[in-house]
Structures are given as structure tokens and as C-alpha cells.
Ligand binder design. Structure first.
Ligand code: ADP
Length: 304
């Protein structure tokens, strides 16, 4: 049987419509529209595309979003000053600095400079710490997207075996964190799975072993076709976070994930495509975080 395709594009649209309704209601109550400022340094085409997608999604849901473009030659000091200005601006809710920043700039310093209560990427050290302690906080959008996809497709995680491939601090680690934690804890995001983390030093035979025993595989490596059909337990759920640009035999470039999609879709129970999987839901979760910031900054929430 063919795997159910977890349609990130459709899910993102559904969630953006929900968010749009909530933001409309928020504005009707007399609040100003939530605001988001994206700092984009340099001219990496992928970064420009990502930021543009975020701005488009923001416009759709009713968030006032602007990109602040800066040259790749900006100094760390200047960038820190820009962030400080946004931190101090009462009319700015969410702030993000599109990563990567140029090598001359210390990425961790930049992430820690964003005011934690405006940190819609969830990369500030205190927000990461809260996530690790299961405290309510701003959670990185990609990991929220993975969790939402599992929830909205009713994928059972309690007591199940999950393998996370990759250990990056911004993507894979928060996914592994939420997958293994206790749902009863304060954040309410715990998924109660038994989690194995694999990475570049996991021997290939061990990666295959863990994957074959997994009910859920989340892969975030950027290695095309890392996950082959013979590594997948029939009926398993696979969330593909990898995005790699490849050039086919006709010289045309396209995006692929970590999963050998054509073969794995014959054996998996549910599978996300690339593109059109985790990506669009990630952008939507960033909008969700921005609205969360806007609400908490005035000490109110639509639901509370
Ligand atoms: P991102 O930030 O998008 O998660 P990174 O490039 O920072 O991506 O991380 C790639 C991850 O993939 C790393 O954690 C690395 O250990 C993991 N990885 C690389 N090669 C392999 C491999 N052959 N098997 C398993 N994991 C791998």
C-alpha cells in the first residue's frame, strides 16, 4: 500500500486560515496588528527566498512584516545595535535574524541579543533552556511544524520508537526534545516517545538498525536518499526535514529531502514530501509564534 502523503502545503493553508481568523478577531478587539521584523544580512539567494516566504505568509494572516536588509559587510557591533533598536521599539513584536549570518559575526551572540520575549525563532539561550526544562516558551518553528504534522495526522507517539537523524541545535535537537518529553509537563508539547538520536558518527549499520525499529523517523541531515526503503519498518511515519538543491541529468535544479521518496512511499505508512512538506508548515509556525508574542506583550490572549 502506498504511504499517506502528509501534505504540508494543505496543512499550512488550513493553519494560516485559522491564524488569520484569530488575528482578525484580535484586531477587532482594538489591538494593532502583530508586527514582525526580519533582519536579512548579505545576498544568499536561499536566505532571500526563505525571508520572502515568511513575509508572504505574514501578509496572508494579517501580520505587519518587514525585511530589514543589510550588507554582508555589516559589523557585529552594527548588527547588535540594529537588534537593540528593535528590542526597544514598542511597536515591534517578533524579531528574527535570518541565519546563517556572515562568518565575521558570532551567530550565538546575535541569537542571544534578540529580546527573549520577542524571539520568534526561539534561538535565545533562555528560550532554549526553557524548552529543555519543558517550560512554556517560544519554540523553534521547524520543530513545532514537525510536532503539528504528527498531531494533525493523528500519528500516535506515546511509548512509540522515534528516531531523529541529526543533532543541530536549531532543528533536530528541539524536535528530539519535544518527542521524548512528558506531555503532562508545563509546556504541553511533550510527545512521550522513546527517542534515539543518530548523527554523522552513527555507523551506517546502526543507523539502519535504529531506523528499522522506528515507528517514527524524523530526518534532518541534508543528505539526499539517506533513508532507503529497506531501512523503513512497514507502516512507519517519516518526516523529512532535509532540503538539498540537486541538479538533474537535464541540468535542471530542484529541491529534494533526505528520503528516497519514490521507494520509501511504497513501504511507509505516512510520509512528508519535499518540497511541500515541513517547509510551508514551518513558515506558518513562525506566524503562530509572532501572534503568541503580540498577545503576551499586552498580557492578553484570545483564548485566555
Ligand atoms: P540543520 O541545522 O538543518 O539541522 P546541519 O547541517 O546543521 O542541519 O546538521 C546536519 C546534521 O546531520 C548533523 O547533526 C549531522 O551529525 C547529521 N549527519 C550528517 N551525516 C550523517 C549521516 N551520514 N548519518 C546520520 N546523520 C548525519
Amino acid at each position: 500500500m502506498m504511504a499517506q502523503i502528509i501534505d504540508g502545503k494543505a496543512l499550512a493553508l488550513e493553519m494560516k486560515n485559522e491564524l488569520k481568523t484569530q488575528i482578525d478577531a484580535w484586531v477587532k478587539l482594538g489591538h494593532r496588528a502583530p508586527t514582525l521584523r526580519c533582519i536579512l544580512v548579505g545576498d544568499d539567494p536561499a536566505s532571500h527566498t526563505y525571508v520572502n516566504n515568511k513575509i508572504q505568509a505574514a501578509i496572508y494572516v494579517g501580520i505587519d512584516a518587514q525585511t530589514i536588509k543589510r550588507s554582508k559587510d555589516i559589523s557585529e557591533e552594527q548588527l547588535l545595535a540594529e537588534i537593540e533598536q528593535l528590542n526597544a521599539d514598542a511597536n515591534v513584536d517578533g524579531i528574527l535574524v535570518q541565519l546563517p549570518v556572515p562568518e565575521t559575526i558570532n551567530e550565538r551572540k546575535i541569537c542571544n541579543a534578540v529580546a527573549p520575549e520577542k524571539d520568534v525563532d526561539g534561538f535565545h539561550v533562555s528560550n532554549v533552556g526553557k524548552l529543555c526544562l519543558d517550560m512554556p516558551t517560544l519554540v523553534p518553528a521547524t520543530s513545532l511544524a514537525v510536532i503539528q504534522m504528527l498531531k494533525r495526522y493523528n500519528i500516535d507517539t506515546l511509548g512509540r520508537n522515534a528516531v531523529v537523524i541529526g543533532r543541530s541545535k536549531n532543528v533536530a535537537m528541539p524536535i528530539a526534545m519535544m518527542l521524548h518529553t512528558d506531555k503532562r509537563h508545563d509546556s504541553g508539547l511533550g510527545m512521550d516517545a522513546t527517542v534515539t538520536i543518530c548523527h554523522r558518527y552513527t555507523p551506517k549499520d546502526q543507523l539502519e538498525f535504529y531506523c528499522r525499529h522506528a515507528d517514527i523517523i524524523v530526518t534532518a541531515t541534508g543528505i539526499p536518499k539517506l533513508i532507503k526503503a529497506d531501512m523503513v519498518k512497514p507502516g512507519a511515519t517519516i518526516i523529512d526535514v532535509g532540503i538539498t538543491k540537486v541538479t538533474d541529468e537535464n541540468g535542471k535544479s530542484r529541491l529534494v529531502g533526505d528520503v528516497d521518496f519514490d521507494e520509501v512511499s511504497k513501504i511507509a505508512g505516512a510520509l512528508t514530501p519535499v518540497p511541500g512538506g515541513v517547509g510551508p508548515v514551518t513558515v506558518t509556525m513562525l506566524m503562530h509564534n509572532t501572534f503568541q508574542v503580540a498577545q503576551s506583550r499586552v498580557g492578553k490572549s484570545l483564548t485566555a
